[in-house]
Ligand binder design. Structure first.
Ligand code: ADP
Ligand code: ZN
Length: 443
């Protein structure tokens, strides 16, 4: 465990973040009973609770959470648009949504109290990762239904810093703003930071003309090697935070100054890890699907929400920062973006880690999966660094061999490597899409 803080250790709401563990568990139990009472208003839960004999009083210990039903994305979709709205419509203060792949968004509602609360939860991880009232923050997350933009906006406002609500897109304007208004903090997806960094490093922007010190990334998986790459390239600190619209948005967990994983805001969320196939609970320290029960949501409460995100809740003890909550790993993939290639489970993040080990290639890649006959074929398209492409055939072959070996050693699979010229793969302003699965898996 890291014992040296990266920056000064500051805590936004120590009364909750550093609450003695026993008190924290007691608070969770009391709030969980409240969740059962509150969600019993919704037909979806009421019927299930009746069937299972669940009442608030029957929740005697935190382990009793396992008696509660799971909620899946499909349940929210079945209840479209507002089947999970648990307050009178006039008490809704905000709607946000998540895009989803099936056309209609999943709507999420917030009461005035939910919005207030959300701001504090975002303030917690922002302050832990360097935000001070005197700072200026450039938000390059999309403003709109996506929870990232507005969620962070109100968190920053709560801390008292200045906000540039720039939204995503237009790299030139992003860099101009960074130079002209000199924000110390940048908020975006890691893939967008990568794009901005490339524009900055290849253009004639002088690094000393921008004042960036920290960036807060969320919304999509990234790796430790990506962190090193961006921190090295921009000379800033990059912080990880996690959340999803269905249980709130950003602010569910985030890193502290020791960067030992992300502290889960346990006074407000109960996290479990389950085996995604059997739904059996897994002990801390084991990798599985994260299941989240928000404890304080008024307008849109869900119980045991299956995130489809794969991660680990750490079993090791206390963090030197003084927060008493458990910490979680990075998200290692999704149960649904996990590729199964010739029977082997592969996450795009594993391929990324392998690529980042090889010099001469840029961190822009696309994983393409096909099934020309009976077996799966994977091709990783990856950009080489500028200047490399014109060099000798032999050098290109050597780079390919290095990548291939790195990929095989991490994933256990042989993948074809296709080197492409710099700046030819798609760039992303929001969440990246790095997998193209062209197999017909229904046949
Ligand atoms: P959607 O992607 O369905 O529109 P959201 O916009 O709420 O929904 O995104 C939430 C999802 O984004 C999470 O379930 C997770 O897969 C991913 N995500 C968010 N933050 C992180 C993070 N720090 N690391 C990895 N993945 C993340
Ligand atoms: Zn900590």
């Amino acid at each position: 465990m890291n014992t040296i803080p990266i920056i000064e250790n500051r805590i936004w709401q120590p009364e909750f973040e550093c609450m003695p563990k026993e008190q924290l568990r007691a608070l969770q139990l009391e709030r969980l009973r409240g969740v059962v009472a509150h969600t019993a208003r919704l037909p979806f839960y009421r019927e299930k609770y009746q069937h299972l004999g669940i009442t608030p009083d029957s929740i005697r210990s935190l382990d009793d959470i396992r008696r509660l039903p799971f909620t899946a994305k499909a349940d929210l979709r079945d209840g479209y648009p507002l089947g999970f709205l648990a307050v009178p419509r006039e008490q809704v203060a905000r709607f946000q949504g998540t895009s989803g792949t099936t056309g209609k968004p999943t709507w999420v509602a917030y009461s005035k109290g939910d919005v207030e609360n959300w701001a504090n939860l975002c303030a917690r991880f922002l302050v832990a990762g360097g935000l001070r009232p005197e700072h200026t923050v450039q938000i390059s997350f999309g403003f709109g239904l996506f929870t990232g933009g507005f969620g962070l906006h109100y968190g920053i406002e709560r801390v008292g810093a200045a906000i540039i609500p720039l939204s995503s897109g237009n790299s030139e304007r992003q860099l101009m703003t960074m130079q002209d208004l000199r924000p110390e903090i940048l908020i975006c997806t890691p893939s967008y930071a990568l794009k901005l960094m490339d524009t900055l490093l290849t253009g004639d922007v002088d690094r000393s003309s921008i004042a960036l010190e920290h960036a807060h990334f969320g919304g999509e998986p990234w790796t430790e090697s990506m962190r090193e790459h961006i921190e090295g390239g921009l000379g800033i600190r990059c912080w990880n935070n996690y959340g999803l619209a269905e249980v709130q948005g950003p602010g569910v967990s985030g890193e502290c100054a020791y960067r030992n994983g992300m502290h889960i805001q346990e006074d407000q969320f109960i996290f479990e890890t389950v085996d995604p196939d059997t739904l059996e609970p897994l002990p801390d320290g084991e990798k599985g699907e994260l299941v989240v029960t928000p404890l304080c949501r008024e307008a849109f409460p869900v119980v045991r929400y299956r995130t489809r995100d794969i991660g680990v809740i750490y079993a090791d003890g206390d963090c030197p920062c003084g927060r008493t909550s458990r910490r979680m790993s990075r998200i290692m993939g999704r149960t649904d973006d996990m590729l199964i290639i010739r029977g082997v489970n592969v996450f795009p993040s594993q391929v990324e880690t392998a690529l980042m080990r090889v010099k001469s290639v840029a961190p822009h890649y696309m994983i393409e999966v096909t099934r020309p006959g009976a077996t799966d074929e994977v091709t990783v398209h990856i950009e080489v660094q500028p200047g490399i492409f014109s060099d000798s055939m032999r050098e290109m072959q050597a780079i390919k061999a290095d990548i291939s070996a790195a990929v095989a050693s991490i994933t256990g699979l042989h993948m074809a490597i296709n080197l492409v010229e710099p700046n030819t793969l798609e760039r992303f302003e929001g969440k990246s899409r790095r997998v193209r699965d062209l197999r017909d898996l229904n046949g």
